[in-house]
Ligand binder design. Sequence first.
Ligand SMILES: Nc1ncnc2c1ncn2[C@@H]1O[C@H](COP(=O)(O)OP(=O)(O)O)[C@@H](O)[C@H]1O
Ligand SMILES: [Mg+2]
Length: 423
Amino acid sequence: MKTVKLQFNPAFRQSNQSKHRYRALKGSAGSGKSVNTAQDYILKLSDMRCQGANLLVVRKIDASNKDSTFAELQGALFAIYGADWPLYWVIRSSPSLYLESKVTGNAIIFRGMKDANEREKVKSINFPRGKLTWIWVEEATELLESDVDILDDRLRGILDNPNLYYQMTFTFNPVSATHWIKRKYFDYKDPDILTCHSTYLENRFIDEAYHRRMMRRKEQDPDGYRVYGLGEWGELGGQILTNFVVEDFDVNPSRFDDWQMGHDFGFNHANAALKVGMKDGDLYVFRELYEHEKDMDDIIQLLKRQEWDHKRLMYCDSAEPDRIRMLRKAGFNAHAVVKGAGSVNDQIDWLKRRKIYIHPSCQNLYKELSQWKWKKDTKKNIYLDEPVNFFDDAIAALRYATESWRLQELKLRKRREGRKLLY
Ligand SMILES: Nc1ncnc2c1ncn2[C@@H]1O[C@H](COP(=O)(O)OP(=O)(O)O)[C@@H](O)[C@H]1O
Ligand SMILES: [Mg+2]
């Protein structure tokens, strides 16, 4: 077999060697948790000493696995075996995501914990060889405590291979100090629990541009930086929108009453574009482009390659008429969105009044909305009526995409109210 060239971050050394039943890996964004966990499991599952072990990978929304955990695990395979990976592993993406080691027969399957049906399904999991021994819960703060209890329950019975042990691994950003995950694994000392803390500062593999983005965040959004930069427990409160969910839905645009696009330009900040549908008054975000450090030519190439529709209305940041012109020249139906004074707060009120369904492929919008907060007057300890202007690029795209619907409603309402006055 080819020699393994995998590289690890030292922050995870102890956790990778641990056989504790619970490994709780909290950390900042970009600290290396996901890559590390994927590599750790691939190595162990490929090892003959661990024959009979199998891994279940869980995210709240099953469809989110494909671009995250499934991709990370494949990345680990490529890193170990290079182009020879098919000699050692089977990778399948249909009918469901699946990986299997040709050497050990150990396998990896993926599940969600979205509803009663999915919770029931994890109770009847089988593997071609051996038992379910390991569970990796990615973005674990998205799960309910009861979801985790159901999973925990699955790890029981005598294991034939004396090298094997049961283990659950949780990877997550410490979003809130009041989250059950803190109470369950961090406030409670237990010989079965290993906790691990990591930040992007110790990630040997992170690029310079990421550091620069984090430094900007530190200045402009110190609270967010504590959680997403330093990996410290966040404060609850001040969240602007809570009426959104990630859900796997049919993304065929013909099912919506209407749909259009929003596009917020960026280079250091993300360049974010979204496709947003409206159905019975609810919003469905069903496509996302989210790129850093790409100029407009690259963005246009990407939009074309990914077959973003040319004819549909694309509402863009009005501060950048040159970029809008470039989009129009490339054939897109791009227009400047009209920005009125105070319109952001009016848009927030409008967005609050409906349900926002986010397709699992639109992870960045979900991340931004989860941490979008009101500014705080720390002296008086009150929230102000103004959003923290940071990490809000996909949110801007959402506001632009929906603004014409809001204005239409406003016009209709005014007309109706005007009519009332006449009578
Ligand atoms: N062991 C590693 N080897 C190579 N690159 C890594 C490694 N760990 C992290 N990285 C790099 O750092 C980035 C962030 O790591 P990731 O695991 O996604 O962070 P987290 O899950 O903590 O947000 C990855 O996209 C990858 O480029
Ligand atoms: Mg991650």
